[in-house]
Design a protein around this ligand. Sequence first.
Ligand SMILES: *Cc1c(COP(=O)(O)O)cnc(C)c1O
Length: 790
Amino acid sequence: MPPKDFRDAIVTHLTYSLGKDPDHATVFDWRMALSFAVRDRIVDAWMASTRRTYAKDAKRVYYLSMEFLIGRLLEDGVINLGLEDEARRALEGFGLNFTDVVTDEPDAALGNGGLGRLAACFMESLSSLGCPAFGYGIRYEHGLFRQSFENGRQMEAPETWLQQPHPWEFERPEARFLLGFGGTATATGWTPAETVYAEAYDTPIVGWQGRWANTLRLWSGRAVDPFNLEKFNAGEFTAATEGEALARTISRVLYPEDSTEIGKALRIKQEYFFSAASVHDILRRFEAEHADLGLLPSKVAIQLNDTHPAIAGPELIRLLHDARGMDFDEAVRIAQGCLNYTNHTLLPEALESWDETLFGELLPRHLQIIDRVDAAHAKAHPKRKVSARGDGRVKMGELSFILANRVNGVSALHTGLMKTTVFKDLNSLHPEKIINETNGVTPRRWLHNCNPGLSALITDTIGDGWIGDLEQLEILVPHVDDAGWLERYAAVKTANKAALSDWVMDAHGLKLDPQAMFDVQIKRIHEYKRQHLNILETIALWQEMKDTPNADWTPRVKLFAGKAAPGYFFAKEIIHLINDAAAVINADKTTNDKLKVAFLPNYNVSMAERLIPASDLSEQISTAGKEASGTGNMKFALNGAPTVGTLDGANVEIRERVGAENFFLFGMTADEVEARRAIKNHAAKAVAADPRLKRAIDAVAKGVFSPGEKARYKGIVDNLTGPDYFLVTSDFTDYWRAQRDADAVFTDTAAWSKMAAMNTALSGWFSSDRTIRGYMADIWGAESLLEKDA
Ligand SMILES: *Cc1c(COP(=O)(O)O)cnc(C)c1O
């Protein structure tokens, strides 16, 4: 039994788990001791949750995701368990600062961006709501690469979160499954050529107030025959451990592509590896309690986070039919009763499809099963030709759709577009299948924990019920008209900006003016997200400031952060341009006090938690119709940063909720985008029509920001003045207008604060608790097992 007193618990772990004397312990030691002490308490909730789920024979939710972008866990755990005051006091008693200790934890960066962060928010909400659930993914040894800049260019280094011991996971050597690849298939079975073990590592995820904890189970690759003694004895030391090295390769690194399909053999192996291990585990758990496989859909809901785990469907059918002798059609029906699929993108380059030769070599039996499922579907719907197969490819979106009970989009706009574009034909055959579940973010991490000043003000005003029921923020609305309250609200933002400025000074040696508007765009670098629209506007603004330095400019700090996929050349050029432009602009004495630009390296969850509470303006400027939802947009709105944005993804719903008057809208709609793209020379026309835009592009083209290599940005310039598929030039003029509107409001501090506060008060709907309730009711048929409040 761990000590009841929390301080004793920490010291006990320091002494007996870490073998350290408090007098000689480092910050790392204290962090580990605190983590273990917190973990003990989480384990109590975890076991109680598991016992209750078994006792009730409740339906379980299985969330299969290639990515979980978790970030740090310690502070979340401390706060969700209500241990913050005790932890602070205990650490201070030993001369330590709480923040120093919790920020010593490395980020678990097992994801690329929005999709992986959504999975992490969902895990927290599932626990906060007491929904029995497992997250299933891969325990990557190396998460998303570390980014640095060398002369403005992105450099990538391996990420090493597991180099230090990871205090949150429990290794489960007994939970391992043997998985096959390659070999030959027959009509009833499969003889793989190679095999590998998937071994489980469990992390408990505790919900708000510690009332429930679910499991995040991540799979790691292990060799069947890790060590060849014969080879070792023959002096072949490397060859002796080759098996282990190969097996571990499967879970070695996260692919860094965001919104692009890669089509590599190792990727398909990773996808099958974690999907198959999860399905084996799900069936094992079910069969331990139930004899009748027909009950599976009433006890098991499987959610596929995008198509990466799509192979779970054919694997489930294989295990039911080949391994358990169930009739094939019945196996398909059972699988369809369990499976659901979330689509995350309409970008054609991101829709997964596999070359059938490669697929068949790795998973020959699954290819047969897919063909049979597809043929049956085609036979049942002879009028329309929709297929998961064709052109020599296996199309994972179509496959996931056909095998799903429900298919969902992630914002209202995106779901509507799914029905008219990618899944037009399938939707007409199955009009009830596609539904919408607009994304959300967990209010614990993304307001209460990351913005303690604002959290305290809100709680002081309306009590703390909002933390578990975010729509209570609406009660703040009348307070927004109280000048005194609004000043307190503004003071929180000012303090957050001052703290961020100190950090930017310390970490990057750049002086920011906390009085300036902090205008922030942080997300993956992608053409459709249009960081180049932002930097062009920045350049145009700088040029205009130089023209009339004494005019009444609203001082701005333009902050960028985000990683580009290592092979995404254009995105890397955009980063380079922003860094080059920042160097020139920041060095300009005439504009120095009005405009600063910084690209902060190595964007991750912890950086988002630092930047968002200190932001004034949220840049959500994607080409309309391209961003499925976005969740960064929600975090900013919640923390009182109004959006400058297009009618894209969840921006549409954010604007509806916070009010058009509290949102800086610009740009074409998704329909207008399509029409505009059809106009010949649309980019050249847009450039010719806007002298500001022309001057900014000319400066880039002439090498103003790359004097040593004048043609450095020829690629970007040619794209912008040529095809400009993402319509940067066509949206520029209205973007400039919206930015100047923002300038005008910002000079009126009270008006701006009111706008910011209304964003906080009216974005409670974007809690992932609301999203998960939607999935539970509309997709999973799952129920909360929380004891009702006494
Ligand atoms: C929220 C979040 C994202 C998603 O941001 P978008 O602006 O929606 O693309 C990506 N990365 C991190 C670290 C995040 O916290």
